[in-house]
Write a protein that binds this ligand. Structure first.
Ligand code: ZN
Length: 286
């Protein structure tokens, strides 16, 4: 058996950064292969990732069994009795499940081998990923100040409305702030604002409660659809050539400058906010 799973790939001359849906799809893809397996060996070929790979990862993982694979924001948590490895894919990281003994390439920095004969391999050409260890991962410095999960029970319109009172920042930048809510990347922010009919430059503190209900629903919709699209793609990952199909999702606004709005035919407008391009319909979004 040789399974292959990939969370990021070349797109033209640039890596496309794994977003929350890709990380969630990766989690769902790797979990069934490694849960209940005991780690037999950890091989670290390169410690110099975004932060040095913690020594505890190779010291504490061997001999422990993977109890679950969780995700918090864009971090994957490999949970064992002894603690958790916290893995971030960075800009260009990917995880593959392979039979042990497959030769490593230059960017294959970490292998985690299991008693099943499989291994989890972390590949990261740009080395912006990271691998930490924590006995209590949700209290780790990287995770403890994060806002709620957008698909979790704590996230809704009332939450956004309450959190936004008195905030002058634009609503687009507000929802992209990980301390407000995690996982709303640039594409998903544009799409969710389009679905909610909210102008991306509107001050966060000046949006009514009922509009935040629409916005929280839009954020959930756009992320759920991306995860669903990823789940469809996932089947093709296995036994394939490692070229993961990137999530094909029909975008309503993002990347459609000057193309007609699908609701009203007005050409879509592009503006720059916080150095990121926002796409919106000036007719439908107020
Ligand atoms: Zn429109």
């Amino acid at each position: 058996m040789r399974a292959f799973l990939c969370a990021s790939r070349w797109s033209g001359s640039q890596y496309r950064m794994p977003e929350l849906p890709e990380v969630e799809t990766t989690r769902r893809g790797i979990e069934p292969h490694i849960v209940d397996s005991t780690i037999s060996r950890v091989i670290i070929r390169e410690r110099r990732l975004r932060w040095p790979v913690a020594k505890e990862v190779d010291r504490k993982l061997p001999g422990n069994r993977i109890e679950s694979v969780d995700r918090r924001a864009k971090y994957l948590l490999l949970n064992t009795d002894a603690g958790s490895a916290i893995l971030h894919l960075g800009m260009s990281g990917s995880l593959v499940i392979l039979d042990q003994g497959v030769p490593a390439g230059v960017h294959d920095h970490v292998d985690i081998e299991f008693d099943s004969g499989l291994m989890l391999r972390f590949r990261d050409p740009r080395r912006f990923g990271s691998l930490h260890w924590s006995a209590n991962p949700l209290s780790h410095a990287l995770l403890r100040n994060l806002g709620p999960e957008p698909l979790g029970a704590d996230f809704d319109g009332d939450y956004l409305w309450t959190k936004s009172r008195g905030r002058r920042v634009s609503v687009k930048q507000f929802i992209m702030n990980a301390q407000v809510v995690v996982g709303v990347g640039n594409i998903y922010a544009s799409e969710a604002l389009f679905l909610a009919g909210i102008h991306p430059r509107r001050a966060a503190g000046r949006i009514a409660r009922h509009r935040y209900k629409l916005l929280s629903g839009g954020i959930r919709d756009v992320l759920s659809k991306a995860i669903k699209a990823g789940g469809t793609t996932l089947r093709d990952f296995y036994g394939g050539d490692g070229e993961a199909g990137y999530f094909q999702q029909q975008l309503e606004a993002y990347g459609r400058e000057d193309e007609p709005c699908r609701r009203c035919n007005t050409p879509i407008t592009a503006i720059v906010q916080g150095q990121r391009t926002t796409y919106y319909c000036k007719q439908c979004q107020t």
